[in-house]
Design a protein around this ligand. Structure first.
Ligand SMILES: [Cu+2]
Length: 159
């Protein structure tokens, strides 16, 4: 089969670009430690009110000093609100919803997760800068979605 020189050149250019883009994905995933969700934990969305953890959502300090925040996102608020956490300490967010899919994004940080009824979304983040942050729902969840906001207060540690 005879392939014209120009066509052959462009085929190699296209193949090279594909290889380059694949490399870019793998390198950036490696450098930024991007990973797919690894944590699968289910919870019954119909009995959240009596759930031992999500029945009383809030900030809990573990014996080792780490902080766990259990959050219930529901139409059209986050509970607890405001959320108060210390700066410069790992904070693990555990989120779930009793109704529909919501988002949980701490604006200006990389804390961002989808909140899915029936599942617990979990991620750990360390806030370096004390201050007040806006929490927004970034998944359309109903007529008052635009009002679904919360507040995160990152407190400077007093030690
Ligand atoms: Cu929403």
């Amino acid at each position: 089969m005879n392939v014209e020189l120009y066509e052959r050149i462009w085929m190699w250019v296209a193949a090279g670009l594909l290889a380059l883009f694949l490399c870019a994905i793998f390198v950036s995933a490696g450098v930024n430690a991007i990973q797919p969700p690894s944590h699968i934990e289910t919870v019954d969305p119909t009995t959240l009110a009596t759930h031992p953890e999500f029945g009383t959502p809030g900030v809990k300090v573990q014996p080792d000093g780490s902080v766990v925040v259990s959050v219930v996102a529901q139409m059209f608020s986050f509970s607890p609100d405001p959320i108060e956490v210390p700066a410069n300490r790992p904070v693990t967010f555990r989120l779930t919803s009793p109704d529909v899919i919501h988002g949980f994004e701490v604006v200006g940080t990389n804390a961002n997760a989808m909140v899915i009824p029936g599942y617990v979304s979990q991620f750990t983040v360390t806030f370096k800068n004390p201050g007040e942050y806006l929490i927004g729902c970034n998944e359309y969840c109903g007529t008052m979605h635009h009002n679904m906001v919360g507040k995160l207060i990152v407190k400077k540690e007093s030690r």
